[in-house]
Write a protein that binds this ligand. Structure first.
Ligand SMILES: C[S@@+](CC[C@H](N)C(=O)[O-])C[C@H]1O[C@@H](n2cnc3c(N)ncnc32)[C@H](O)[C@@H]1O
Length: 247
């Protein structure tokens, strides 16, 4: 497995540099320190998980909510040039990530877009594998649904998506204040998502899915795999059209 950087020391110094950049861009020390503490473990887990699931260099890869680019830091040297695509709602996070990659000489360049409406079609490309890590923890149910339905339109036949979330016993949305920097804070939705919610959503989307458990995730996120390939069956199309006429 070509996981770079390949030594503990390189990983540690990369995480320390990331912490410096967070502070330089105005993040609170507590936020910067937390990102330092988890960076290396998250990078390893994300890369190894995707590798084990079959991600290979020729795959067109979409990283939704790519943040400060801790996944592309280890994935760009593995994927063929032009295969990595990242989208995030926050320009500051992308700026931090781009500085971090540039200083470390990570190549090739990632394809990045700032967008908070899940406009994946802006890449003008279809994808083999999509990954949504630690993002649904910050979205409402309707945003989660919007994201997955938008994704369905840009996946190749045979494409799959993996996403992480905190599994809840009850479905509800809340609001929380996320301190981005000392000057700025962001009010965001916090959804508490159940497996039943996904069962209903994926039935309506007519896609196959599988609950994979926590897969050894460093902070215990649960993982779901979605296969967007199944075209709606004739029977289902008829059922849908009758249902929509009855509404
Ligand atoms: C906890 S971070 C995870 C970053 C990255 N996935 C990782 O694990 O390294 C969550 C990210 O989701 C992004 N985000 C939140 N709402 C979004 C939206 N509507 N569209 C795209 N990104 C969003 C945030 O800006 C943030 O960078």
């Amino acid at each position: 497995m070509n996981l770079q950087p390949n030594s503990q020391i390189e990983f540690r110094s990369a995480s320390l540099r990331l912490m410096d950049l967070f502070l330089e861009y105005g993040y609170e020390h507590s936020v910067a320190a937390k990102n330092y503490a988890y960076c290396e473990r998250m990078q390893r887990w994300m890369f190894e998980f995707l590798f084990d699931q079959g991600l290979r260099p020729h795959h067109d890869f979409l990283d939704i909510g790519c943040g400060w680019l801790r996944l592309p830091y280890v994935m760009l040297p593995y994927l063929e040039a032009g295969r990595y695509h990242g989208i995030d709602s926050d320009q500051i996070n992308l700026d931090i990530g781009l500085r971090w990659l540039k200083e470390a000489g990570i190549q090739p360049e990632p394809n990045l877009i700032v967008d908070r409406e899940f406009a994946f079609d802006r890449f003008a490309k279809k994808f083999d594998i999509a990954f949504i890590h630690a993002v649904f923890t910050h979205l409402s149910h309707s945003q989660v649904e919007n994201c997955l339905r938008s994704l369905q339109k840009v996946m190749k036949p045979g494409g799959v998506c993996y996403f992480t979330f905190y599994r809840s016993r009850k479905d509800w949305d809340g609001t929380s204040i996320y301190s981005i920097t000392g000057k700025e804070s962001l009010s965001y939705e916090v959804s508490h998502l159940t497996l039943n919610y996904f069962r209903r959503l994926f039935r309506d989307m007519d896609v196959d899915w599988e609950y994979l458990g926590t897969k050894g995730h460093p902070t215990g996120h649960a993982v779901i795999k979605v296969s967007f390939t199944k075209p709606p069956s004739t029977l289902r199309r008829i059922f849908r059209s009758i249902r929509s006429r009855l509404k």
